[in-house]
Design a protein. Structure first.
Length: 306
């Protein structure tokens, strides 16, 4: 009995001494971080902030970002509740850039779909100023922001001098299209990033959320041949069956999605695991990471029957 207790202790001391003399312990790999995570490290998106976008190929799930775009989020909720997008279409698929959905008849006042009780014009919501609970900064060299990190699962840029934080245009981010005027968006015309992160859009347009699942249904769509990826031929538009708020359907019918929290020690370990790549395949452990290369794990709740 005594030997079984002392021997592991001796091995631990020996291993610790060896690490002190040689190199620090290797960072964990992503699979290890996820395997060791607890229920505390995961969260369920709020139903009132979750959109289900139903396409012929399946369902896309989008989480809205009311902390950064409260007026856009409120308008989008209204549009969804009133069925605005039902029967509209994806009209633009630009390679290495964005997929965009809108009213195909919006350019003609006689065929334009009414916005119902939603607002036709919203203020620009390009950044948030002031304290942000849950801001988790990461060590990363960034061309577009002095500091970068995450807030409630969303990638952000941060200016500590001005106390400003904004959503970054990483893969999967959803934004609201606008005209030249900064306050010309209604949230009715939305896009999602499907290519290399167009960070030049940061603080020039209002991001409203991000895709949690179903990106493959958007990123694999046929590219539009017209300028900027638009489908000039309406026959090539992808119809939208419906865009529905999760809060508008019975709880038992909602997708039991969980998202990895970004305000926990487990997330910092995840970032470390992706900065120091110690999977067997890697020859060079890299030692650096870009904001948009940090994975944001999503899973179905473990006790779900689905």
């Amino acid at each position: 009995m005594r030997l079984s207790i002392i021997l592991p202790a001796l091995l631990l001391v020996t291993a610790s001494a060896a690490r002190a003399d040689d190199t620090p312990p290797a960072a964990p790999v992503l699979a290890q971080v996820l395997a060791e995570s607890t229920t505390f490290d995961w969260r369920q998106p709020k139903a009132e902030d979750t959109l289900y976008m139903d396409l012929p190929g399946g369902r896309v799930v989008i989480e809205l970002a009311p902390r950064f775009a409260p007026e856009h989020t409120a308008n989008i909720r209204t549009l969804a509740r009133e069925g605005y997008w039902n029967g509209l279409a994806i009209v633009r698929v630009q390679d290495n850039y964005v997929v965009q959905w809108a009213d195909p008849g919006a350019g003609d006042a006689t065929t334009r779909k009414p916005l119902g009780t939603a607002k036709a014009r919203l203020p620009a919501e390009f950044e948030h100023t002031g304290t942000l609970p849950g801001l988790a900064l990461i060590d990363s060299r960034d061309a577009y922001a002095e500091r970068v990190g995450f807030v409630e699962g969303f990638p952000v840029g941060h200016d500590p001098q001005r106390g400003a934080t904004w959503l970054a245009h990483c893969y999967g981010i959803v934004g609201a299209g606008r005209d030249n005027a900064a306050d010309s968006s209604s949230g009715a015309e939305l896009y999602v990033v499907i290519g290399h992160a167009p960070r030049h859009l940061d603080r020039n347009i209002t991001p409203v959320g991000r895709v949690l699942s179903g990106m493959e249904l958007l990123s694999a769509l046929p590219r539009g041949p017209a300028p900027m990826g638009f489908h000039a031929d309406a026959a090539h538009h992808v119809p939208i069956t419906a865009i529905t708020l999760a809060s508008e359907i019975p709880a038992a019918e909602r997708l039991p999605i969980e998202v990895f929290r970004t305000d926990t020690p487990a997330f910092q370990r995840l970032v470390q695991a992706r900065r120091e790549r110690h999977e067997e395949w890697f020859v060079d452990p890299v030692g650096r990471i870009e904001l948009c290369n940090v994975p944001l794990p999503v899973r179905l709740r473990a006790d779900s029957a689905k």
